[in-house]
Design a protein around this ligand. Sequence first.
Ligand code: GLY
Length: 367
Amino acid sequence: MRETVHVNLPGRAYDVLIGSGLLHDAGTLIAPLLHRPRVVVVTDETVGALHLHSLQEGLHRSGIEMATLTLTPGEATKCWAELTRCVEWMLDQKVERRDVVVALGGGVIGDLVGFAASILRRGVRFVQIPTSLLAQVDSSVGGKTGINTRHGKNLVGAFHQPSLVLADVDVLGTLEPRDFLAGCGEVVKYGLLGDAVFFDWLEANGALMAQGNVQARAYAVRRSVEMKAEIVMRDETEQGDRALLNLGHTFCHALEAATGYSDRLLHGEGVAIGCALAFETSARMGLCSQEDPSRLRAFLKDMGMKTDLKDIEGSLPDASDLVALMGQDKKVMDGQLRFIMARGIGEAFVTSDVSLNVVEQVLKDSL
Ligand code: GLY
């Protein structure tokens, strides 16, 4: 079982392969990109312990040697110091301009290694092997790379498209249930922003997917990647439509800041809550019917996903402080906050025309 989504960007086109056994076949799949049979791989301790051996065997089967750098897992790794370490290590390994760098891990490794590849020798190619659901459906596709600084998340980076993405759905079997469900926040986002039929599918098959059904997982990853690819092909550098991918994220970023980017709230959990809040706000502004947020909330609850602010452990700032945190969002343009609102399930749009009083009331009611 293997599917291909082609991301057709002029001069930077690549395939996203989705299916089983991709680590096993990594050598055959990566070999056509190589000028010499050698790659460098960056991973983290958790993912490395689980999957590095399979990747190494997969590469060796095709006669490809690899050198590995293993980093500490967690968001704190997406920083200047680890970027320096990564780039200097690649230079120690004598990575040349025509070589290929491999990122094996979740969103942190993909973003960091992609950024390192974008600046190493003014840009070398890289392959994403995303191992979390969130990375498979979102961060490994579309070329956003970068690190965090003391000013905030993802504030330094580059658009650097991968040359190949291998989304091996077998590796999702090693995820903790909480991490898998967090990734579902990004999956449901796609149904909500542009494909009501996919949302229907998730309502019918979400439980199967969470229980580990590989076909259901592969379908959810493929449909998400197809939608992301379509949007990225229309608007690679987020001048317009790509902002739709930020549905739920204005709320999410405020909540992540309020919880100190800690394990109290995983990014995908914040996205799920943010989507529920965005739909509630849309309904209260008369943009969509009240049935839509109710249906979304019912789905999230059935899946066992976080839905409301009260699902976040510990205390949160009050609603007005959360609104103030939203003002720090990267999407602020000319001093105006931009929201992704919806006219219904599958019908999201970008607007600055949102009453912050309504947003504050929605947040209050969710606390
Ligand atoms: N994760 C949002 C984007 O890639 O644009």
